[in-house]
Write a protein that binds this ligand. Sequence first.
Ligand code: SER
Length: 872
Amino acid sequence: MQYTTEKIRNMFLEFFKKKNHQIVCSSPLIPNKNCNLLFTNAGMNQFQDYFLGKKTYPFSQVATAQRCLRTGGKHNDFQEVGYSEYHNTFFEMLGNFSFGAYSKKEAILYAWELLTDKKWFNISKKKLFVTVYYKDHETYNIWNKIIQLSTDNIIKIYDKKNQKYESDNFWQMGDIGPCGPCTEIFFKKKNNINNLYNLDDKKQCIEIWNIVFIQFNKINNNEVIPLKIMSVDTGMGLERIASVLQNVESNYQTDVFKKIIKNICNINHLITTHNKSLNVIADHIRAAVFIIQEKIIPSHEGRGYILRKIIRRALFHGKKIGIKKTFLYKLVDCIIPPVIKNNQILDNKKYYIINILKEEELQFNITLNNGLKFLQKTIKQLKKNYIHHKTIFYLYDTLGFPIELTQDICRDYNIQIDQKQLDEFILQKKNNNNYNKKNTVNNIIYTNFKSKFCGYKKYETIAIVNKIFINNHETSKILKNETGVIILDKTPFFGESGGQIGDTGIIYHNSIFNVHDTKNFMNATGHLGTLSSGKIQLYDTVFAQIDKKKRLRIQNNHTTTHLLHSALKKILKYPIEQKGSFINDKYLRFDFTYPKTIQSREIFNIENIINKNIQKNIIIKNKTIDFQKAKQKGYIFLKNKIYKSKIRTLSIHNVSKEICKGTHVKQTGEIGIAKICSYKSIAFGIKRIEMITGITALHKIQEKEKKIYDIQDTLNSDYLSLIHKIKKIINYCETIKQENNFLNQIIITSYKKKLINKIIKINQINFIMHQVNIHNTKSIKLLIKELIKKICPGIIILFYQYNKKYIFVIGVTKNLVFKIQATHIIKIINKYIKSTGGGKPELAQCTSENIVDTMKIKTYLQDWIKSTILYI
Ligand code: SER
């Protein structure tokens, strides 16, 4: 039977349909926001809440073919790709799931039947062996007694270094969440594998199916709590099982990858089809296409950064195998058709994906070339097989060269990196730059607690301390100088969401806790901060007070974002779609799709409409209603966001209607004034507008005005005649320049005659070294070029003094450069005085800040030439 990848996927789903499973579509690659992951990394992600018993799924047994990406966090295969035959960043995971419907025995029997039955995958039982978690005796016995697998073929896997639950056979979704023991089925690639504990033998085996028994919820590093019902979560990588059933040596030799690799070779006229770089490119382009179709664009943070890393690594490998032209975007065509057919996605997004890739590729080529040049030079100069972490950081921070690429290149050259030192250094740098202030606590606090938000109306409240976390661990008190998270029963602090930043302020009583950020952890509002005096304990009564001034500015900016959104819709010719926003107390940023360049005339119109609506002082109303109803009534909402059934709506009469949780002004007049301060295109078809409001806007306008006053003063002009005056000055400069050129020409001619008479003969070489009264290197170079024609073979050094500096220009005739070069002479001058400079073999220049006796240099050089160049 011909097992194409498509056929295998269909057979898997068909098998479980026959076993009364509901077939469910793959969820998007971007998990819903309750999930702590950047990307979907397993088939079970979309069912997380059902495993935890928080919700009940309409079906108790389901099967899926889930699109997954493993590029970070607990499951990170990014660096493996290219070096392992069986790892992919993007892959499809075939899985069957039971929410309390069946037992371990049934799960194992299903897997065994599908893999070994003649009607299905027909794999020889002799070729399979399994691993089990050492404490899971039930599973061990099922394999041994029911499936009748010999004990040689059942391997117990222990916890790593006695760390609880850290085992290949205790599967965890992430740092917290559903988890449990698992049993994995392996395929032996060779017949004569006897000792499965032997490493070499193990290399000849591939893990093909993981069956996880979700029995626990991990709430922190050391603690798992048992779940009421046991669920089953299985996962089989489609690309891996395809490699087994197609009887090939690697995922990259299966039908899907063969096609992509063939295309890479055809497009770039490459002959070889077996190369690790080709595998990396094939894997990464597939991943990039799937990420971009989720409307993620390359950027320097979060998902966008992962996308950028993937694209850049693919491009780097392209370069490695000699691809010179842009090529990645040309591969979209060979990935999209099968995807559409199988997953009903993409299609008209193809053009969009192609353009995003093309733009990123062009941009990165510049960075890549600079970084590679620097790294290769550094590697050449290394004395040991070790590269300093500061060099890697320089490449990354200053040249924009991704750390992963440096790692890849160093791996190829067998050069060591001290990863620990590098990580520590990056962290230290980030701390110094205050990057990390907001992230002293990351989003891994787990609590079912609900706090009440009273900050729409109040800036201060009395509240009770309900939870305290330090280093993500729940605790009962926080002491002076400790940093942590406090959760109150009610709070006026707005937790960062919908683009609006979290509030800052203080929580105080007999103590002061400085809140430097506020974040939402499920339904609880976490106040992130440091205690500067006293102590705070659980159930203390405290006052919570936000920084009101800052909040008022944030509100101005948030309401202006809504005014901007509506003005864009009104002024621009084509429809726009919001792509993201960011609102803090200083400015607001609004990203949206728009296919055309926005003209300055349109920008002014947008600004005018916004300010007219501010002057109208419109009352802003909000209401909590059903999401469905809000949709029917035409409230704007974000398509990719998941909303609760009851949502808050915000309307600015006759101007804007949006679903929004953020905090806003009561009447538009409070904003005062709004000004667009920047407009740019950030990716293909995506525009960004930034605005400032109120007093910030006024200050900006005043600052610009002050600059104009300064220019007027400097030019001794007034506002009305300013442009006229500037044009006059430009014309005047132009005339001076021409006159200057003319005079220079006269000076050059006269110097030429004069200098010819200064030639000194040294061993057949004509040598001139002379101070000139031309304070312009360009003219001196012209003069040297003229002289060179007359004094072959010769060396000319002309110099002038300017602002206590000496500037030397050195020319060497062509027929001498094989003996002595102009740059060489700089080195010799450098022995005498300290200078900086460079140039080409025939013409170079250097500058010295030292006051020098140039006669001494001249004598020194003459002696040096005499003793070095004995004949030509
Ligand atoms: N969740 C498990 C895995 O990803 C089984 O599906 O391996």
